[in-house]
Design a protein around this ligand. Structure first.
Ligand code: ADP
Ligand code: MG
Length: 265
């Protein structure tokens, strides 16, 4: 990933509760170090995530004395999807990370595209969720981090925001995972987070949308997405952002597409 430092979250964005990781392990908040580890590290497959619909592998990764757990989704393990015929799910996951990066909210854990034991795919830092968090309650709440996730999902047109795709590390922050079915040119937002539909976007959401809008007009984000998505998908993203900036409200559910994933968990 090569985003300019201006676009990236700064130390001030890291939740104050976030503890420094123990020496030799990777923090999702230090995105540059995490990306270095994910790109340069040796991947060791430890198991397959049984609930996953594609080949989603749980791995250990190690580089220059730093170790972490990660998810590796090889392109070769992707099931073809009629409604996402172009490109790969792995590339969509990396594109979602690039958008999250520019929004400045760290909604997606550090994610890269690279080669691995089963060929090229996406590799994403594992974020250990706090099992004490009531995920159903969180998904229905007015929580600020969840509201950011709802805005992010509208930008990337996420067709699969299930409750189980919310990963709260327990410090107030919330990460999301599984962004393979994002960026359709058709409006396919399918999510459990509709509580803000039609409500005004917050000032920080408008700022984040402004950053994506500027980024899509040229520069690192536009270049990055051009290598991961079709030109039509990038243009559709620009139009979604433009619409949100114009109407300044959270979007309403689509009428011709199931608006809630099934099962929602
Ligand atoms: N980066 C991550 N950190 C922690 N848990 C993850 C991460 N990515 C995936 N998971 C867990 O693994 C499950 C399966 O991964 P997911 O990305 O949803 O795969 P699939 O595309 O096959 O549904 C998720 O529901 C989540 O519980
Ligand atoms: Mg999933």
């Amino acid at each position: 990933m090569t985003q300019s430092s201006r676009d990236r979250p700064t130390a001030a964005d890291v939740p104050p509760e976030a503890a420094a990781p123990p020496a030799g392990t990777a923090s999702p908040y230090d995105v540059e170090a995490a990306e270095r580890l994910l790109l340069g590290g040796r991947l060791e497959v430890e198991g397959r995530l049984v609930q996953a619909s594609n080949a989603t592998l749980y791995c250990a990764i190690e580089h220059e004395g730093v170790r972490a757990a990660c998810v590796y989704k090889p392109v070769a393990g992707e099931r073809p999807l009629w409604d996402f015929p172009d490109g790969t799910l792995a590339e969509r996951e990396v594109a979602a990370y690039a958008v999250s990066d520019v929004m400045g909210w760290r909604v997606v854990p550090p994610t890269v595209h690279r080669d691995g034991p089963y060929g090229p795919g996406m590799v994403q830092l594992w974020v250990e969720p706090d099992t004490g968090v009531d995920l159903v309650g969180l998904s229905r709440s007015d929580d600020e981090a969840i509201r950011r996730m709802a805005v992010f999902d509208a930008v990337v047109n996420n067709a699969d925001r299930k409750i189980g795709h919310l990963l709260p590390p327990g410090d107030g922050h919330v990460y999301g995972c599984d962004h393979g079915v994002c960026f359709s040119v058709d409006y396919k937002l399918r999510t459990v987070l509709w509580q803000w539909r039609g409500k005004p976007l917050s000032a920080e959401a408008l700022e984040a949308l402004g950053r994506v809008d500027a980024g899509l007009r040229g520069g690192p984000l536009a270049e990055r997405l051009a290598g991961l998505l079709t030109a039509e998908e990038v243009e559709a993203t620009r139009r979604r952002v433009e619409l949100m900036l114009k109407h300044r409200v959270h979007p309403y559910p689509p009428e011709d597409w199931p608006a809630i994933p099934w099962p929602p968990l």
